[in-house]
Design a protein around this ligand. Structure first.
Ligand SMILES: [Fe+2]
Length: 206
């Protein structure tokens, strides 16, 4: 794939993700307000992507199975993601912990729009989070306001002291510094995420 083809496919993916993200179904009033904020900031991001630098994160081994599930649960996203999925900058940024060996290989995210992403914005982050099967993304928090839109999977989702099961299409809003965690069973979780507010301070274990 040459650089122009890669740019076009990345922009196609971002367009498909923005359509799914902005779907009013599955979003309550607070989530809907945040979607509006994110959309305005995404519209102001640079129009031409820099080349994505693939990281060859071990998570990429899970992409074929995730794409097969996505083709049933989110077919438009699967079609746009399949050509570029393995070339995206998947990464993991938490400090290692003795009670979660291998977590760094079992989950991660790829930022498509953001301060260090192929499409540059200083105001908003927008990308995909992927959590492999039977994985607990342990409690964490960050000052940025975060909105997730589930594409694939039925994870257990904890926000504050409440845990519930989630389904594809649902939007979940995390206010600044709210502690949250996700746990998968046999299915992975693939979700769109956005950050607004303090997008420079990284997430940390709670
Ligand atoms: Fe988060």
């Amino acid at each position: 794939m040459n650089a122009d083809d890669e740019s076009i496919r990345l922009l196609d993916l971002v367009s498909a993700l923005r359509r799914a993200f902005a779907d009013p179904a599955g979003a309550d009033a607070a989530a809907h307000d945040e979607i509006g904020r994110v959309e305005a900031l995404l519209a102001a991001a640079t129009a031409v992507p820099n080349p994505a630098r693939p990281t060859h994160h071990p998570l990429t081994k899970q992409l074929p199975a995730v794409l097969d599930l996505a083709s049933r649960q989110a077919p438009d996203i699967a079609a746009a993601l399949r050509p570029v999925a393995a070339h995206l900058p998947w990464r993991y940024g938490y400090a290692p912990r003795d009670d979660a060996p291998g977590l760094d290989a079992a989950m991660g995210w790829t930022e498509l729009i953001g301060p260090l992403a192929p499409i540059v914005s200083r105001e908003v982050c927008f990308g995909l989070t992927l959590i492999g099967p039977h994985t607990h993304y342990l409690p964490h928090r960050h000052p940025a306001v975060e909105l997730y839109r589930i594409l694939v999977g039925h994870p257990h989702w904890t926000m504050g002291s409440t845990t519930s099961s989630r389904t594809p299409g649902e939007a979940t809003l995390h206010d600044s510094n709210v502690v949250h965690a996700m746990r998968t069973e046999s299915e992975p979780l693939l979700a769109i995420y956005s950050w607004t507010g303090d997008v420079d301070t990284p997430s940390a274990w709670a």
